[in-house]
Design a protein around this ligand. Structure first.
Ligand SMILES: [Zn+2]
Length: 86
């Protein structure tokens, strides 16, 4: 009977600790990582890359990530490059 009580207490304590840790990790991650990620991107690349619009769907993307066809028209993806301008 004693062991059962000890097991229940230990189980509840472990469950409580794991919930507490999850909350802590989530809170720290949300506060710490998200702003860092936002601030790191412009710092890593220096000045922000110029944005251009895909001539097929109109989505804007950095010029460095765009695909260009033979005529030099920008596309967001290979599929849209193959589909051509709309
Ligand atoms: Zn597109």
């Amino acid at each position: 009977m004693k062991y059962l009580l000890v097991l229940i207490v230990v189980g509840v304590a472990l469950a409580w600790l794991s919930i507490g840790r999850r909350r802590h990790i989530g809170g720290r991650g949300g506060r710490g990582d998200a702003p860092r990620a936002r601030h790191d991107k412009p710092a890593r690349g220096g000045p922000p890359a110029p944005m251009i619009a895909c001539v097929h769907c109109g989505v804007h993307l950095p010029q460095t990530e765009a695909l260009f066809d033979a005529a030099g028209r920008p596309f967001c993806s290979e599929a849209h490059c193959l589909a051509g301008p709309r």
